[in-house]
Design a protein around this ligand. Sequence first.
Ligand code: WQD
Length: 348
Amino acid sequence: MANKMTKRIVVAGGAGYIGSHVCVELLTGGASALVIDNFSNAHPEALNRIRELASGDLEFLECDLADPAQKDTIIGAVKNFRPDGAVHLAGLKAVGESVEQPARYYRVNLGAALTLIEALEAADAKKLVFSSSATVYGDRNQSPVDESGLTGATNPYGRTKLFIEDIAKDIARSDDEWRVVNLRYFNPVGAHPSGRIGEDPNDIPNNLFPFIAQVAVGRRDKLQIFGDDYSTPDGTGVRDYIHVVDLARGHAAALNYLTTQKTGGAVDINLGTGKGFSVLEAVAAFKRASNRDIPYEIAPRRDGDIAEIYANADRAEKLLGWRAEKTLENMCADHWRWQSQNPDGYKA
Ligand code: WQD
């Protein structure tokens, strides 16, 4: 019989970029994990790499949480795993694509969350850490932004995050056995220091760091910097980049927090460093870390982008005892190690 203190966690989307780092963190901490993934934005090789980096009980179910036809299979497998709770990272995440395909984003992201919640209820495991995003703040707040900031997503992807936060809060209000943390990630970047797991976008990267890394490794000719006329120190967008290993530690801390809560409820918590860096500062840091040139050109602003956002992360320290520790240099060095050791990601 497993030691009851050993946490048993369902990791929905656990083969993905954030999910694989969360799995390594949880397994290293002695937990057992059941990964549910359909590889829509992940690669089976990531599971092999997780097992390489962390011993421990890693089980896997290849299913699509958003497919109603697979719901009974998922609920059966989750009950059988006897979980203590779950981390929900499974969903579509491309801002631009969500604007073109809103119905798909609502169907997939909300459907996946509702199926996971139903499975946790069936397994009597009412603890959930949800992968939310700073995108829920839109452009309505002065940085640093704390969790009382005005929310107002500016795209369907961001609205699915807000809707799922509210679904979780309604469920926690309806049944005080539920304990939920909505983790509002700022900008996850970097990779495990081993270089064995990292970000591996399916096609042209939407986000800055994977694009820079692919320019550095020679897969892309040049970076387009979307606007240098923002009201920021150097005119380019300012974001709160957070190392994915710090982010994974935040998930472990959130699960520990949930197991210590005597009362039910849902709480929003920012995961960020509290520092903002511009696009040009990120490019310069990556050049130093990789010792590679990063050719770029200034392009028009990207629809939906905001000038600046970075976190007030005091609540995470107060409630979770967590603070980001890694620097921008660490993020660039670790992202580069992953990309240079895996020029074509997991496909090779
Ligand atoms: C960062 C900065 C761009 C690409 C989004 C989502 C968030 C999360 C992370 C999912 C901005 C600039 C970017 C490029 C550029 N989503 N940029 N050239 O938009 O802050 O956040 O991705 O995981 O929820 O909202 O991140 O990395 O796309 O952009 O100049 O080729 O880099 O304008 O200033 P963003 P990003």
